[in-house]
Design a protein around this ligand. Sequence first.
Ligand code: AP5
Ligand code: MG
Length: 214
Amino acid sequence: MNIVMLGAPGAGKGTVAKKLQEEYKIPHISTGDIFRENIKNGTELGLKAKSFMDKGELVPDEITINMLLDRIEKDDAKEGFILDGFPRTINQAEALKIKLNEKNTKVEYAILLDTKDEDIIKRLSGRRVCENCGKPYHIETLKPKTDGICDDCNNKLIQRKDDTIEVIKDRLNVYHKQTQPLVDYYQNEKVLHTIDGFQSLDAEIIEIKKILNK
Ligand code: AP5
Ligand code: MG
């Protein structure tokens, strides 16, 4: 089962994808998480990505596409994957389509978490993420069991560097210009499903399970 999560920054892509990963035992693959891991480890890839991410700009396609296409070749993605934050440009979507075509498969579900920009800014300023596994929490709406500690791996929760109001606004602009065209793209592919990204997480998962029919 190949799923793409679509939505603005803060729409809840990572939150939903982590739940679906538990449910369906297919990997949650977030290009943002992969970049952040590389930045933390001081790799060359991380160094290249950091300047773009800090400004809320997209990391260039020539870096991002190869990284993602390599990742979906791994064994754990044989039965499918949940992509979060990729594709983000038509160019990336086309590269993914070609790669999947070669394997006689395709993106089967593109799930758009629909949100309004004014709600996003408030939401993202309350986000905390696990410094180890990247799992997102919220200081009001999705709290961890113990304050400041990840439920899954017991590591510390931190605020993301790009969650400042200025950078959130830039990320939203980039989303509308470069990523939103993918909504029409996947509509044309007849795989688009839109759900409200500001309902409870449980309600979102119930709706998505109905879409996936599993
Ligand atoms: P990335 O890490 O993908 O960030 P993003 O798209 O800006 O999305 P976010 O992770 O901010 O939001 P989300 O939708 O995952 O929301 P979350 O689940 O955390 O990318 C970061 C950067 O990397 C980019 O700016 C770019 O530079 C680079 N990059 C990445 N991929 C790239 C690509 N393909 N090409 C080029 N560059 C790329 O939820 C948000 C908050 O809401 C959390 O606090 C959560 O707890 C809360 N929440 C979520 N759902 C609910 C709910 N139902 N009820 C209550 N609270 C909720
Ligand atoms: Mg995310």
